[in-house]
Design a protein around this ligand. Structure first.
Ligand code: FES
Length: 244
């Protein structure tokens, strides 16, 4: 019978976080998320955690499980090869309760990179047509599910909440590389400011923890080269840096 050891904290009630253990019935193929549901349905209804799709699509169940950020819904308890499943909330985001953290800093940074197309010309009457090759350049980069695991694992983001962070920067490359977007130079100019790509120390944590096997570190390096090239060519416009 696996034992779930969960870091709990209710800021309205507790002085400090503490671990609480629960026995979860042995069941072939049980996921960590199913174990958590067993706990709230049978052992302690006050346990708080997030989930929605249960299919590794919505990104809401990211948490720190046995030493690594993972999606609880796709983590098979058997595959952890451990009797004890130790679960903590994502780091350096304020704990609202138990495993639920405040994602506002993450989404604030995401908003700053303008995660939408900014066409440089009058939109066509029906739709922008892309070639297969142009569309292919967006492959993989569009697969981020915004779970925040990369943000939580990044030591730079942990010490500077204004650093845009790996998820936002990966998404920024997705728009820089989009043939339908007309704001490439404005985007690169913004990404080259104090809290953008040059703040990355190339630590690779984000790449290691991404549950979708994406490569935010590589995306950031590409953006650095693009920004340097544009700067050397004198193409970067002046942009306003949002107040910290
Ligand atoms: S519940 Fe949606 S990703 Fe896990």
């Amino acid at each position: 019978m696996p034992q779930f050891r969960i870091l709990r904290f209710d800021p309205d009630r507790d002085q400090k976080p503490y671990f609480q253990s629960f026995d979860v019935p042995e069941k072939k193929g049980i996921t960590v998320l199913e174990g958590l549901y067993h706990i709230i349905e049978n052992l302690d209804p006050s346990l708080a955690f997030r989930s929605s799709c249960r299919a590794a699509v919505c990104g809401s169940c990211a948490m720190h499980i046995n030493g690594q950020y993972r999606l609880a819904c796709e983590t098979n308890v058997d595959h952890l090869h451990s009797h004890t499943v130790t679960i903590r909330p994502m780091a350096h985001l304020q704990v609202i309760r138990d495993l639920v953290v405040d994602m506002k800093p993450f989404f604030k940074n995401y908003e700053l990179i303008k995660p939408y197309l900014i066409p440089g010309e009058e939109p066509p009457e029906r739709e922008f047509i892309q070639t297969i090759e142009e569309r292919r350049r967006l492959d993989v980069k569009v697969d981020c599910i915004l779970c925040g695991a990369c943000f939580a694992s990044c030591p730079v983001a942990s010490t500077d909440e204004n650093y845009l962070g790996p998820a936002a920067l990966l998404k920024a490359l997705r728009f820089v590389d989009d043939s339908r977007d007309g704001a490439t130079m404005e985007r690169l100019a913004f990404l080259a400011t104090d809290f953008g790509v040059f703040r990355c120390h190339t630590i690779f944590n984000c790449q290691q923890v991404c549950p979708k096997d994406l490569d935010p570190t590589g995306a950031i390096q590409r953006l650095k080269w693009k920004a340097i090239w544009a700067k050397l060519k004198g193409k970067l416009p002046k942009v306003e840096v949002p107040a910290a």
